[in-house]
Design a protein around this ligand. Structure first.
Ligand code: ZN
Length: 238
Protein backbone atom coordinates (compact mmCIF):
# COMPACT_ATOMS: atom_id res chain seq x y z
CA UNK A 1 0.00 0.00 0.00
CA UNK A 2 1.27 3.49 -0.76
CA UNK A 3 2.09 5.97 1.99
CA UNK A 4 -0.89 8.01 0.89
CA UNK A 5 -3.32 5.05 1.05
CA UNK A 6 -2.00 4.01 4.45
CA UNK A 7 -2.47 7.54 5.78
CA UNK A 8 -5.97 7.81 4.37
CA UNK A 9 -6.88 4.40 5.79
CA UNK A 10 -5.68 5.31 9.28
CA UNK A 11 -7.44 8.67 9.27
CA UNK A 12 -10.72 7.37 7.86
CA UNK A 13 -10.85 4.83 10.70
CA UNK A 14 -10.41 7.58 13.32
CA UNK A 15 -13.27 8.60 15.64
CA UNK A 16 -11.42 10.79 18.11
CA UNK A 17 -8.05 11.50 16.59
CA UNK A 18 -5.84 14.23 18.02
CA UNK A 19 -3.42 16.30 16.02
CA UNK A 20 -0.29 17.46 17.84
CA UNK A 21 1.63 20.08 15.88
CA UNK A 22 4.63 22.36 15.94
CA UNK A 23 6.41 25.03 13.97
CA UNK A 24 6.60 22.92 10.79
CA UNK A 25 2.81 23.26 10.45
CA UNK A 26 3.13 26.99 9.86
CA UNK A 27 6.30 27.19 7.77
CA UNK A 28 4.23 26.65 4.61
CA UNK A 29 2.20 29.69 5.69
CA UNK A 30 5.39 31.72 5.64
CA UNK A 31 6.13 31.68 9.37
CA UNK A 32 9.72 30.54 9.96
CA UNK A 33 10.75 28.31 12.82
CA UNK A 34 13.02 30.62 14.79
CA UNK A 35 14.70 27.67 16.52
CA UNK A 36 16.06 26.28 13.28
CA UNK A 37 17.20 29.66 12.03
CA UNK A 38 18.86 31.45 14.92
CA UNK A 39 21.90 32.18 12.75
CA UNK A 40 19.59 34.54 10.91
CA UNK A 41 19.29 36.83 13.92
CA UNK A 42 22.86 36.97 15.06
CA UNK A 43 23.70 39.85 12.78
CA UNK A 44 20.77 42.06 13.73
CA UNK A 45 20.36 41.36 17.45
CA UNK A 46 22.67 41.40 20.41
CA UNK A 47 21.09 38.36 22.09
CA UNK A 48 19.97 34.90 20.92
CA UNK A 49 16.18 34.50 20.36
CA UNK A 50 15.86 32.21 23.40
CA UNK A 51 17.17 35.05 25.57
CA UNK A 52 14.99 37.74 24.01
CA UNK A 53 11.92 35.52 24.36
CA UNK A 54 12.51 34.82 28.04
CA UNK A 55 10.46 36.05 30.97
CA UNK A 56 13.51 37.71 32.52
CA UNK A 57 14.30 39.62 29.33
CA UNK A 58 10.68 40.75 28.96
CA UNK A 59 10.75 42.16 32.49
CA UNK A 60 14.17 43.82 32.28
CA UNK A 61 14.39 44.84 28.57
CA UNK A 62 10.74 45.27 27.62
CA UNK A 63 11.38 47.70 24.78
CA UNK A 64 14.07 45.47 23.23
CA UNK A 65 11.76 42.45 23.67
CA UNK A 66 9.02 44.19 21.69
CA UNK A 67 11.44 45.22 18.97
CA UNK A 68 12.34 41.57 18.37
CA UNK A 69 8.82 40.28 18.97
CA UNK A 70 7.20 42.62 16.45
CA UNK A 71 9.88 41.92 13.84
CA UNK A 72 10.13 38.14 14.18
CA UNK A 73 7.15 36.65 16.02
CA UNK A 74 4.15 38.42 14.49
CA UNK A 75 2.92 37.44 11.02
CA UNK A 76 -0.41 39.20 10.78
CA UNK A 77 -0.77 38.47 7.05
CA UNK A 78 -0.10 34.72 7.32
CA UNK A 79 -2.92 32.54 6.04
CA UNK A 80 -3.77 28.93 6.94
CA UNK A 81 -2.34 26.27 4.60
CA UNK A 82 -3.67 22.88 3.49
CA UNK A 83 -2.76 21.30 6.82
CA UNK A 84 -4.80 23.81 8.85
CA UNK A 85 -7.76 23.63 6.46
CA UNK A 86 -7.89 19.84 6.29
CA UNK A 87 -7.70 19.55 10.08
CA UNK A 88 -10.67 21.91 10.40
CA UNK A 89 -12.61 19.79 7.89
CA UNK A 90 -11.73 16.58 9.75
CA UNK A 91 -12.97 18.13 13.01
CA UNK A 92 -16.28 19.08 11.36
CA UNK A 93 -16.56 15.52 10.00
CA UNK A 94 -16.17 14.16 13.54
CA UNK A 95 -12.82 12.44 12.96
CA UNK A 96 -10.69 14.79 15.03
CA UNK A 97 -11.50 15.72 18.62
CA UNK A 98 -8.77 18.29 19.26
CA UNK A 99 -5.80 20.09 17.81
CA UNK A 100 -2.94 20.57 20.27
CA UNK A 101 -0.40 23.08 19.04
CA UNK A 102 2.90 24.56 20.14
CA UNK A 103 2.38 27.44 17.68
CA UNK A 104 1.25 30.88 18.76
CA UNK A 105 -0.14 32.08 15.41
CA UNK A 106 -3.78 30.97 15.85
CA UNK A 107 -3.86 29.78 12.22
CA UNK A 108 -5.86 26.69 13.22
CA UNK A 109 -8.70 28.92 14.44
CA UNK A 110 -8.43 31.05 11.31
CA UNK A 111 -8.88 27.85 9.27
CA UNK A 112 -12.03 27.00 11.26
CA UNK A 113 -10.83 24.55 13.91
CA UNK A 114 -12.78 25.01 17.15
CA UNK A 115 -11.18 22.82 19.76
CA UNK A 116 -7.63 24.15 19.67
CA UNK A 117 -5.35 23.82 22.68
CA UNK A 118 -2.55 26.35 22.41
CA UNK A 119 0.19 25.10 24.71
CA UNK A 120 2.31 28.21 24.23
CA UNK A 121 -0.49 30.77 24.02
CA UNK A 122 -1.27 33.11 21.13
CA UNK A 123 -0.04 36.42 19.75
CA UNK A 124 -3.73 37.28 19.24
CA UNK A 125 -4.30 37.62 22.99
CA UNK A 126 -2.62 40.24 25.13
CA UNK A 127 -3.34 41.58 28.57
CA UNK A 128 -2.43 44.42 30.89
CA UNK A 129 -0.11 43.26 33.64
CA UNK A 130 -1.64 45.80 36.06
CA UNK A 131 -5.42 45.60 35.54
CA UNK A 132 -5.84 42.52 33.35
CA UNK A 133 -7.62 44.33 30.51
CA UNK A 134 -7.45 42.33 27.29
CA UNK A 135 -6.12 43.56 23.96
CA UNK A 136 -5.97 42.14 20.44
CA UNK A 137 -2.96 41.83 18.20
CA UNK A 138 -3.55 45.22 16.57
CA UNK A 139 -2.78 46.99 19.83
CA UNK A 140 0.70 45.42 19.79
CA UNK A 141 1.29 46.15 16.10
CA UNK A 142 0.03 49.72 16.20
CA UNK A 143 1.76 50.92 19.35
CA UNK A 144 5.42 51.78 19.12
CA UNK A 145 7.88 50.90 21.87
CA UNK A 146 6.26 49.31 24.91
CA UNK A 147 2.47 48.92 24.50
CA UNK A 148 0.57 50.48 27.39
CA UNK A 149 -2.92 49.93 28.77
CA UNK A 150 -5.37 52.83 29.29
CA UNK A 151 -4.49 52.42 33.00
CA UNK A 152 -0.80 52.96 32.23
CA UNK A 153 0.20 49.32 32.85
CA UNK A 154 2.44 47.36 30.50
CA UNK A 155 0.69 45.03 28.08
CA UNK A 156 2.11 41.51 27.83
CA UNK A 157 1.41 38.95 25.12
CA UNK A 158 -0.43 35.83 26.31
CA UNK A 159 2.39 33.64 25.04
CA UNK A 160 4.52 31.36 27.18
CA UNK A 161 8.02 32.81 27.33
CA UNK A 162 11.14 30.87 28.23
CA UNK A 163 11.23 30.56 32.00
CA UNK A 164 7.42 30.58 32.28
CA UNK A 165 5.23 27.58 32.94
CA UNK A 166 2.51 26.31 30.62
CA UNK A 167 -1.12 27.01 31.49
CA UNK A 168 -2.20 24.10 33.68
CA UNK A 169 -5.74 24.00 32.38
CA UNK A 170 -4.62 23.88 28.75
CA UNK A 171 -2.12 21.14 29.57
CA UNK A 172 -4.62 19.00 31.46
CA UNK A 173 -7.16 19.31 28.64
CA UNK A 174 -4.48 18.35 26.10
CA UNK A 175 -3.55 15.29 28.16
CA UNK A 176 -7.21 14.31 28.44
CA UNK A 177 -7.71 14.40 24.66
CA UNK A 178 -4.40 12.69 23.85
CA UNK A 179 -5.03 9.93 26.40
CA UNK A 180 -8.50 9.29 24.93
CA UNK A 181 -7.42 9.46 21.28
CA UNK A 182 -7.65 6.45 18.97
CA UNK A 183 -5.22 7.99 16.49
CA UNK A 184 -2.49 10.53 17.23
CA UNK A 185 -1.10 12.52 14.34
CA UNK A 186 2.12 14.31 15.23
CA UNK A 187 3.14 16.86 12.63
CA UNK A 188 5.69 19.55 11.99
CA UNK A 189 7.57 19.06 15.23
CA UNK A 190 10.78 17.28 16.09
CA UNK A 191 9.35 16.84 19.62
CA UNK A 192 12.38 18.54 21.13
CA UNK A 193 10.68 21.25 23.17
CA UNK A 194 9.63 20.20 26.65
CA UNK A 195 7.33 19.98 28.48
CA UNK A 196 5.05 20.22 25.44
CA UNK A 197 6.60 17.32 23.56
CA UNK A 198 6.28 15.00 26.55
CA UNK A 199 2.47 15.18 26.31
CA UNK A 200 2.56 12.73 23.38
CA UNK A 201 3.72 10.13 25.89
CA UNK A 202 0.12 10.02 27.21
CA UNK A 203 -1.08 8.52 23.95
CA UNK A 204 -2.32 4.98 24.43
CA UNK A 205 -4.46 4.54 21.32
CA UNK A 206 -4.23 2.36 18.26
CA UNK A 207 -2.33 4.27 15.63
CA UNK A 208 0.45 6.82 15.74
CA UNK A 209 1.28 8.83 12.62
CA UNK A 210 4.36 11.03 12.42
CA UNK A 211 4.77 13.66 9.75
CA UNK A 212 8.02 15.55 10.13
CA UNK A 213 11.09 16.20 8.04
CA UNK A 214 13.54 15.08 10.73
CA UNK A 215 13.61 12.21 13.20
CA UNK A 216 11.68 12.28 16.48
CA UNK A 217 11.88 10.18 19.63
CA UNK A 218 8.55 8.57 18.79
CA UNK A 219 9.43 7.40 15.26
CA UNK A 220 10.03 3.82 16.39
CA UNK A 221 6.53 3.65 17.94
CA UNK A 222 4.78 4.98 14.85
CA UNK A 223 2.62 3.01 12.41
CA UNK A 224 3.53 5.48 9.70
CA UNK A 225 6.38 7.97 9.41
CA UNK A 226 6.20 10.53 6.61
CA UNK A 227 9.14 12.82 5.88
CA UNK A 228 7.58 15.40 3.58
CA UNK A 229 6.10 18.90 3.83
CA UNK A 230 3.02 18.65 6.01
CA UNK A 231 0.81 20.88 3.84
CA UNK A 232 1.55 18.71 0.85
CA UNK A 233 0.75 15.55 2.86
CA UNK A 234 -2.56 16.94 4.16
CA UNK A 235 -3.64 18.09 0.70
CA UNK A 236 -3.64 14.39 -0.26
CA UNK A 237 -6.00 13.31 2.54
CA UNK A 238 -9.58 12.41 1.73
ZN1 ZN B 1 -4.48 48.18 32.60
Amino acid sequence: MSERDTLNGLISSAKRAVFFGGAGVSTESGIPDFRSADGLYNAAYEYPPETMLSHGFFMSNTEEFYKFYRAKMIYADARPNACHSKLAALERAGAISAVVTQNIDSLHQKAGSENVLELHGSVERNFCMSCGKKYGLNKIIESGGVPRCVCGGIIKPDVVLYGETLDEEVVSRAIKYIAAADVLIVGGTSLGVYPAAGLCGYFNGKHLILINKSETYLDNRADLVIRRNIGEVFSEIG
